[in-house]
Design a protein around this ligand. Structure first.
Ligand code: PMP
Length: 465
């Protein structure tokens, strides 16, 4: 099957679900040889991977005679499944009632309401079998409402079957069968089970790796084959991890499990947005954090690692994309961002540092600055920075004495730029930059990796907000 999206009109929005793009990660993977690709599920019309399961769940219930025209779809949902179901229900004319734990973002509640659903917010901090638990409450509503089904994403095979039928085959085709690792995380486990199973059937050597938030019990249940059932503790990442193993999660499909903190997950989500232009939610951050760990460990340019970006960052503007919220929750460590991030934020170039030798003439240096659109140049003698020139000081001096245009830069140079390590915190270096010190050279592992100028730093700080 060849895919040519959007060349022809679609019969309805439902046809636009799936065949999401597989996009190579380029920036967060710097220095890592293993290619990492991300399946951008936020391209689905409802903004998440869960659009894939809405219609299959509804149509299975219809086929089984459990849902008839005028009926109601009820579900306990962290939000995204609700949107997937709401889109399908809108086209089929069903009413939707969703229950949702109160840790979920306000945006998600508003979104579900926008689709016409009724939303009941329940307390997060209750045990899974408590009547106020969102799943328990959804069950009760479904039982008490005539002609209603519980979508039951946690126990409904239509969920993982949808990923077996779509997500898995898409990854297989998009990588021409070259995928070697599939990194995902489980909420219901529908994605990892369905897509993982499909991929392993095609090639049993494919490794399926799952990530789990610290506080979820899934990783420990997997490690101990269900022998040790720890207590779940609260965490902030939404949509993944559980305090109970869902029926839709087949642990046998998973080859490795890694536990990730909220801070690591959100940190990576923010980097994906800022460095890759992929505006994603926290679960995507968690999954890519795991993927980077795997990519570094295998260190294989011939491997092909595929990750899932389950939903859009728009759903979390008041949370992980809100610095205040991040600080209140001790999730933001401004001074932990390093110069490395500033370097990564610069547009890619074949020549990370434009420099001149001490014998270069002022005329050549001015031309070079204009050619590369830079305002200053380090004067390099081998690996050492011996001085610097800037366009404003050179132009001031040459206008004063035009003979200087043919002098060498070493005759008119300003002091050298400081050489700083890429692991230095951004805030300390920002303070170092001044009019008399317009740039720093950045070194790592003994090599000059790049230059950070006042204007680079300012652009970075402004984007950081
Ligand atoms: N991330 C987010 C944001 C989600 O809403 C979900 C679904 N709960 C997932 C990941 C996990 O998907 P699945 O339920 O298929 O395991």
């Amino acid at each position: 099957m060849t895919v040519e999206r959007n060349r022809k009109p679609y019969a309805s929005v439902l046809e636009t679900i799936g065949w999401t793009p597989l996009i190579r990660l380029n920036r967060v993977t710097r220095g890592v040889r293993t290619p990492v690709f991300a399946k951008a599920e936020f391209f689905n019309p409802g903004g998440s991977v869960k659009d894939r399961i809405g219609m299959p769940i509804i149509e299975r219930a219809e086929r089984e005679g459990r849902l008839r025209p005028g009926g109601t779809v009820v579900e306990g949902t962290s939000g995204n499944t609700g949107i997937g179901l709401a889109i399908a229900a809108a086209l089929k004319g069903y009413r939707c009632i969703f229950t949702m734990p109160d840790k979920m973002s306000q945006e998600k509640v508003r979104l579900l309401k926008a689709f016409g659903a009724e939303v009941i917010v329940t307390p997060t901090a209750v045990p899974p079998d408590h009547p106020d638990n969102y799943v328990m409450m959804a069950k009760r509503i479904a039982q008490e409402t005539p002609n209603a089904i519980l979508a039951n994403q946690f126990y409904n095979d239509a969920n993982s079957d949808a990923h077996y039928a779509t997500t898995g085959p898409e990854i297989w085709e998009q990588t021409d069968g070259r995928v070697t690792h599939f990194v995902c995380a489980a909420g219901t486990g529908g994605t990892i089970t369905g897509a993982g199973r499909f991929l392993k059937e095609r090639n049993p050597k494919i490794q399926v790796v799952s990530g789990d938030p610290v506080g979820s019990i899934l990783a420990e249940m997997w490690r101990t084959k269900g022998q040790n059932k720890p207590e779940g503790t609260p965490y902030k990442v939404e949509g993944i991890g559980q305090d109970k193993v869902p029926g839709t999660l087949d642990m046998n499909v998973i080859d490795d499990f890694m536990t990730v903190t909220d801070k690591e997950a959100f940190g990576m989500a923010r980097r994906l947005t800022r460095e890759e232009g992929l505006f994603v939610g926290g679960s995507a951050g968690l999954i890519v954090h795991v993927a980077m760990h795997v990519a570094r460990r295998i260190d294989d340019p011939n491997a092909c690692l595929v990750t899932i970006l389950p939903d859009t960052g728009e759903r979390y503007l008041s949370k992980l994309y809100n610095d205040e919220w991040m600080r209140e929750n001790q999730l933001l460590d401004a001074d932990r961002t390093t110069l490395e991030s500033v370097l990564s934020s610069k547009p890619p170039t074949d020549q990370p540092v434009v420099s001149v030798a001490p014998g270069t003439t002022v005329r050549q240096a001015l031309r070079l600055m204009s050619l590369h659109d830079v305002s200053q140049l380090p004067i390099m003698d081998g690996a050492n920075c011996v001085g610097s020139v800037s366009d404003w000081s050179l132009s001031a001096k040459s206008l004063d004495d035009t003979k200087l245009l043919d002098a060498t830069v070493s005759q008119v140079m300003d002091p050298p730029f400081p050489m700083v390590d890429a692991a230095q915190p951004v805030d300390a270096i920002a303070k170092l930059l001044s009019k008399s010190n317009p740039a720093v050279l950045v070194r790592s592992n003994g090599h000059v990796r790049g230059i950070v100028t006042r204007s680079d730093m300012l652009s970075y700080l402004m984007a950081r907000g």
